[in-house]
Write a protein that binds this ligand. Structure first.
Ligand code: SAH
Ligand code: SF4
Ligand code: F3S
Length: 444
């Protein structure tokens, strides 16, 4: 069979990249993508299992799809990604109308499975994890834009005690340096100017003697690559080489996402984060010494099992000391099957909420402080999209990954412009163009 398919993506950038991979596979097999769910014969949800809420969102979405299946039983509904991996059996019990369940290492088989499906197989389920699959030879079908996601490694071997990713994504494995470089060159030829290298632990990349710093350097050397970003690095895998390469290569953006999770050593140890508060703070100093204008962002979890008020205060202290540019902040969510699920002294919901509000308030103060420090400075910004507030304004990011909104003037999408920062509106920087540096109009 061939026909039209529709994909909806939840979760992190790895999932966005995986959806493009699935789209590439399906396009090559004669299927066509549609953005109109009602017109599709195959509806795929690429899902996330990181927190209970993420799973609930998808379950609600599936409930809402039940009527489509009743109306036209030939429509195929598929669940891909981390939740498929995590919940395969219980998903089929709660949503028996789901036809396809494929974990993140099984996408290669999708076209063939869809072909077999014409022979009226019942459910298609494959959640085997692989030690080798990196989809090395496949080309993602990217949507137009300026940023190309390039997945360089998959899986995670860190086993932080709160986290489901090692179970949903399996063991760490990396692509060859040559294949990543070739993909970056192809992305440039297709009109992309920014590459974001992706992995659950992007900087633990290693393939036949090449490590993350060498890979960064190689991608930086690809003609036409104007900006390189990467996410998500693990603090324990940041080394002097990585910082040296970042400082030396102008096209590697000066921004580091450095998930802290918690400030107290007691909590960090029980999370199995492999660094102490002091080591983390020292690392921040090293990063700022190597990259003076660096944008630093983080992830915080509040209410980890056993986190006392005093432990929590330490998270606030570290946040106050570092003054991150921005942060993703979460209430701990119990993930069945992880080590922390069996820990005692779970923090009650109300208390988690209070702690969450406290870290949000602390972060807001830091973001405003960091923004104020930029006022009056001129920064290079890539014009990425229309501002959400006004069609007369553009929005784009600085090298340090801060979003700036400014009047359009003559600038076009894809231009690099010099923007003078005038101040901020809430947490968003506002500025005005003082000069256009370069234009990339390959992407309209
Ligand atoms: N590999 C990345 C994180 C990927 S998950 C890293 O280690 O940095 C993104 C973020 O989700 C994590 O950094 C963590 O802050 C949060 N997270 C993961 N599991 C969670 C859980 N069970 N409850 C709440 N937040 C969680
Ligand atoms: Fe999860 Fe920790 Fe791996 Fe990040 S490093 S994906 S938080 S187990
Ligand atoms: Fe979610 Fe899987 Fe990413 S659990 S955060 S989609 S790796």
């Amino acid at each position: 069979m061939a026909g039209q398919y529709y994909i909806e993506t939840y979760g992190c950038q790895m999932n966005l990249a995986d959806s493009q991979l699935v789209a590439g596979l399906l396009n090559d097999s004669g299927f066509a993508r549609t953005d109109d769910m009602a017109a599709a014969q195959i509806i795929l949800l690429n899902t996330c299992a990181i927190r209970e809420k993420a799973e609930e969102t998808v379950l609600n979405r599936l409930d809402a799809l039940a009527h489509l299946k009743r109306k036209d039983p030939s429509v195929l509904i598929g669940v891909l990604g981390c939740m498929a991996q995590n919940l395969a059996d219980s998903l089929l019990e709660s949503h028996p109308f789901v036809d396809i369940i494929l974990g993140p290492d099984s996408y290669r088989r999708l076209p063939q499975m869809l072909a077999q499906r014409t022979q009226e197989m019942d459910h298609i389920v494959d959640t085997r994890l692989s030690r080798h699959e990196v989809y090395e030879d496949l080309f993602p079908a990217r949507e137009t834009g300026l940023n190309a996601w390039i997945s360089i490694m998959r899986g995670c071997d860190k086993f932080c005690t709160f986290c489901v990713v090692p179970y949903t994504r399996g063991r760490e494995r990396s692509r060859s340096l040559e294949s990543v470089v070739a993909e970056a060159a192809q992305a440039v030829a297709d009109g992309f100017v920014e590459m974001t290298l992706l992995g659950q632990n992007v900087n633990s990349y290693h393939h036949e003697g090449s490590r993350f710093p060498q890979l960064l350097e190689a991608v930086a050397g690809v003609d036409g690559v104007r900006r390189i970003r990467f996410t998500s690095p693990h603090p324990s895998d940041v080394d002097a080489d990585m910082l040296r390469v970042m400082a030396a290569q102008e096209n590697i953006c000066s921004s580091v996402h450095l998930p802290l999770q918690a400030g107290a050593d007691r909590t960090l140890r029980r999370m199995q984060r492999t660094y102490t508060r002091a080591e983390y703070l020292k690392l921040v100093d090293r990063i700022r010494a190597a990259l003076p204008d660096v944008g630093l962002t983080t992830d915080i979890i509040v209410g980890f099992p056993g986190e006392t008020e005093a432990d929590f205060e330490e998270t606030l202290e570290v946040m106050e000391q570092v003054r991150f540019d921005s942060a993703f902040m979460f209430k701990y969510s119990l993930r069945p099957g992880t080590k922390a699920a069996n820990y005692s002294s779970h923090v009650d919901e109300q208390e988690k909420q209070r702690r969450l509000e406290a870290v949000i308030a602390m972060q807001k103060e830091s973001t405003l402080m960091r923004n104020r420090a930029l006022t009056g400075q001129v920064a290079e910004v890539l014009v990425e999209r229309e501002s959400k507030k006004s069609p007369l304004q553009w929005a784009g990011r600085t090298d340090s990954n801060k979003l700036v909104v400014f009047d359009r003037e003559d600038a076009l999408l894809g231009d690099f412009v010099q923007v003078k920062i005038d101040g901020s509106h809430g947490v968003t920087l506002q500025g005005h163009i003082v000069n256009t540096v370069e234009s990339y109009h390959a992407v309209a």
